[in-house]
Design a protein around this ligand. Structure first.
Ligand code: LLP
Length: 427
């Protein structure tokens, strides 16, 4: 986060507030999100892509009603992938026209709700869904704008579970074998659909722009084929999200403007070569907007030294507030946040309090050898896919998200209470 620093005593500060005061007021574990940083990133994406493109924030990375309002104010659109995200967006006042609905298995109820609300687009993901959306729209007397999600056959260099454009996976309709072209053919015939264009999302946490460039090339190839076959020029393409962020100092992420320039260049060049009008481009960054804006603050509970191995530093959260290390072998860094120390660095593993040994937050880190119970640790870059993937494992109470701005901190998602747990338990 941009406004994170240290005060004169060496304590970490965010937006001018020191972590000890924050921990006292809001408890630990907690996520602290730098609202100015979030807004600055929204603006950077918008400016990079300009007026002839749209930026859809991917709500799955982290969504709350406050976030929806920020997005609305900053002029971003919103990609939702479930009825719950759609409801959050609508209830916080995002205009339906600025919402896109995603998902590989949307329920009839989700589709109906989206069509009724008048969402700007539904990204259809299968042959069955093309027909399903058309029928629902016709029944409601509407013509629903859609894009078709295609898989372009790019192997993004990322973890296997978060790469999505190679063909052997559940999302989208393959370009290969003419399937995507067939999907376009069918969609164009249905009265309930207004086919806007084609969508491709190649994966997540990607550092290299070449995957996006290949995707853009293939998507424009499909537009050309559609024009040649049907005499129709589809007006839009969406190139998805996936831009990586720095979790540790080893990561070297691209800036929004680098990706914008690369994409625009290739789309303009290929369209000129094909004699196509340049379609309106959209993108769907999630992690790159919210990821770097937040850190998780934990309190150390126990410190266990295993001679010759490492020191296990246990904190008061774990896999229930950050599943990414266990799930993807994700790398995080960690800093002693409540003070500075001149003690020698010790090889540490920051672990949670859950009942399994894979409950690791930071696999390898050097913490000062005098790290002790009561110290506060900050794990940066936890804004994306941490609170949104948090669980109640071991009946953990999911931590709050606290937004910090101009020296003021306010809770935007409150901490769960035991009452919240009991409320669902009807036995
Ligand atoms: N658009 C679509 C269609 C997506 O499926 C995704 C992410 C995004 C945009 C946003 O991608 P981003 O810019 O945030 O990388 N839980 C995993 C990531 C799964 C991403 C799923 N789709 C993680 O923690 O890394």
């Amino acid at each position: 986060a941009r406004t994170v620093g240290r005060d004169e005593r060496g304590a970490l500060t965010v937006g001018g507030l020191d972590v000890a005061t924050l921990a006292e007021e809001f408890g630990t574990p907690a996520y602290f999100l730098d609202e100015d940083d979030f807004r600055a990133r929204c603006r950077a994406w918008k400016e990079a892509f300009g007026d002839d493109a749209d930026v859809f924030y991917a709500g799955k990375a982290f969504l709350s009603r406050a976030v929806v309002r920020w997005l609305h104010e900053e002029g971003l659109n919103l990609d939702v992938c479930s009825g719950g995200e759609l409801a959050t967006a609508l209830s916080a006042g995002m205009p339906a026209a600025r919402i896109a609905l995603h998902g590989n298995n949307k329920s009839t109820e989700e589709i109906t709700r989206a069509v009724e609300a008048g969402v700007g687009r539904i990204v259809v993901d299968s042959f069955q869904e093309i027909v399903r959306v058309a029928h629902i729209a016709e029944r409601l007397g509407k013509r629903q704008p859609v894009q078709i999600r295609v898989t372009v056959g790019v192997e993004a260099h990322t973890h296997e579970f978060i790469a999505t454009a190679h063909e052997d996976q559940k999302f989208g309709i393959p370009l290969a074998g003419g399937q995507a072209a067939e999907a376009v053919r069918r969609a164009l015939k249905l009265d309930g659909l207004e086919l806007l264009g084609v969508h491709s999302h190649i994966g997540s946490q990607i550092f290299d722009t070449s995957g996006f460039e290949v995707a853009a090339h293939r998507v424009v190839g499909l537009l050309r084929q559609v024009r040649d076959e049907h005499g129709v020029e589809l007006p839009e393409i969406d190139l998805g999200g996936g831009l990586g962020i720095a979790y540790t100092s080893d990561d070297d992420p691209r800036e929004p403007r680098e990706i914008a320039t690369a994409l625009r260049e290739i789309v303009h060049r290929e369209c000129a070569a094909a004699g196509l009008a340049v379609p309106r481009i959209s993108v769907e960054p999630g992690r790159a907007i919210v990821g770097p804006t937040a850190f998780t603050l934990y309190e150390v509970g126990t410190v266990k030294e295993l001679p010759g191995l490492r020191t296990y530093v246990s904190v008061d959260g774990g896999m229930s507030d950050n599943i990414r290390t266990a799930l993807y072998d994700a790398q995080y860094s960690v800093a002693l946040a409540s003070r500075t120390s001149t003690a020698a660095p010790m090889l540490s593993r920051v672990v949670g309090k859950h009942c399994e040994s894979g409950d690791i937050v930071v696999k390898d880190a050097f913490l000062p050898a005098d790290t002790a119970p009561g110290d506060l640790l900050a794990v940066p870059a936890t804004g994306a896919y941490c609170r949104s993937m948090a669980s109640n494992y071991n009946h953990a109470l999911r931590p709050p998200v606290v937004a910090v701005r101009d020296g003021q901190a306010r809770v935007i998602v409150r901490r769960e209470t035991e009452e919240d747990l009991f409320r669902l338990d009807v036995g």
